[in-house]
Design a binder for this molecule. Structure first.
Ligand SMILES: N[C@@H](CC(=O)c1ccccc1NC=O)C(=O)O
Ligand SMILES: [Zn+2]
Ligand SMILES: [Zn+2]
Length: 208
């Protein structure tokens, strides 16, 4: 069985949203102190590295992570290359066959230095969510920190995707993966109150 890891590593070098909580892992209770075990302590923003958003992230009345349908985070996914675009809309996907696709991963290859938070990213235009919804897509994954422009306050793409029942997976690492069909596994943690969750995202090729 070959799993392709499409998660960004989490360590003190992992970039975060400007002004957001830095990532930190420390052994807060060492083997010497406890007499038996090393016990780690993790501090991070949920929107660091590879993660999913729940609607509560951008809507006070939106669902929390625990309320999300887990089925969407496991199953067949299509990876397509949309590199070289400054934004992505319906017309950019017209050439791709999306019939029967439930989970769509967009490879932009635009986050070139993984040690730095990008200054500009390709974002999803307003006509993309209805276009994807009409084709039956329920989850969109991107290899950038957001589906909206980094300075967006209204988060039109987040709201538009949510309004069209499309779940959001962000911060994937896709440069080393060939476009095609895979099984995606990217399960959120069972965080009862949270606005999102880090995920370990992997792809399993159908033929190997
Ligand atoms: N929507 C982004 C997160 C985001 O916008 C954000 C995350 C942390 C601190 C500030 C943020 N946005 C500020 O305008 C995301 O889903 O990852
Ligand atoms: Zn997020
Ligand atoms: Zn987001």
């Amino acid at each position: 069985m070959t799993l392709i890891d499409i998660s960004r590593p989490l360590d003190q070098r992992t970039p975060t949203w400007p002004g957001d909580t830095p990532f930190s892992y420390e052994v807060s209770w060492s083997k010497e102190q406890s007499g038996s075990v090393n016990v780690g302590k993790l501090t991070m923003s949920i929107h660091t590295g590879t993660h999913i958003d729940s609607p509560f992230h951008f809507d006070n009345d939106g669902r929390k992570v625990m309320d999300l349908d887990l089925e969407l985070y496991v199953g067949p996914a299509r990876l397509i290359d949309v590199s070289g675009l400054s934004s992505i809309g319906a017309e950019d996907l017209a050439a791709y066959e999306l019939e029967g696709v439930t989970r769509l991963l967009l490879r932009t290859s635009s986050w070139t230095n993984p040690d730095e938070f990008p200054s500009e990213i390709p974002f999803l235009r307003a006509d993309l969510a209805p276009y994807l919804h009409a084709r039956g897509i329920r989850l969109i994954g991107v290899d950038v920190p957001s589906v909206d422009p980094l300075d967006s306050k209204e988060l039109a793409a987040h709201h538009g995707l949510h309004a069209h029942d499309i779940h959001i997976l962000e911060g994937l690492a896709l440069d080393h993966v060939a476009p095609g069909d895979y099984e995606l596994i990217a399960l959120p943690l069972p965080l009862a109150e949270a606005d999102g969750s880090p995920v370990r995202a992997v792809l399993r090729p159908f033929t190997s």
